[in-house]
Design a protein around this ligand. Structure first.
Ligand code: 5GP
Length: 172
């Protein structure tokens, strides 16, 4: 498998700082924020993003979702493998996702939080692909891909490989 770098380590780091600055405009300093990592792909993005929010009262939580389909198509069936543990009622929640492709996973997450009585939730995603099956979008997006490519690195995998790479690569 051949990998071609799309975004290098320094580009990713700089863009996450910018994104954190945008997110800070939404956050009052005196409020608790629950940052929710959507496992497993969002892990690197999540860790680097929450480290930029040092001056806030941030709580960390995790969900694990599985979306059935193969590398090139999604069936639209999303299942929750691991639920949240924090009480999110009345709190602001930032959902941190790896990549939005068909949109089914994001749609699932939006529905999941719509009956949790949170104060407000927003979604941050690392990457956005151009081919949606359902019309949903993140509130904050680090990088928009202009064509439908399969990407790995910085948390994203191909058969569980490459998650530990510091940059984002296209699989050729
Ligand atoms: P959805 O199709 O529901 O928007 O995206 C579902 C999930 O598929 C994403 O959260 C991500 O884990 C995975 N996915 C979609 N596109 C890619 C890709 O290009 N690379 C990798 N590694 N995973 C992807």
């Amino acid at each position: 498998m051949e990998l071609q770098e799309i975004y290098g380590k320094e580009t990713v780091r700089a863009r996450i700082k910018e994104l954190a600055d945008e997110i800070k405009k939404w956050l009052p300093k005196n409020e608790t924020l629950v940052c929710l990592c959507v496992l497993r792909g969002a892990i690197m993005f999540f860790v680097d993003l929450v480290r930029e929010l040092e001056e806030y009262d941030v709580r960390l939580d995790f969900v694990s979702l599985v979306s059935y389909g193969d590398a090139t198509s999604s069936s639209g069936k999303v299942t929750l493998l691991q639920d949240i543990r924090e009480n999110v009622e009345g709190k602001r929640v930032l959902i941190v996702e790896d990549i939005v492709d068909s949109g089914y996973t994001l749609q699932y997450l939006k529905r999941f939080f719509s009956d949790k009585n949170v104060k407000e939730f927003k979604i941050a995603c690392l990457l956005d692909k151009p081919c949606r099956q359902v019309d949903v979008n993140a509130d904050y997006t680090a990088f928009k891909l202009d064509s439908d490519r399969y990407v790995v690195g910085y948390g994203l995998d191909a058969a569980q490989k490459y998650r530990n790479l510091n940059g984002i690569y296209e699989v050729k």
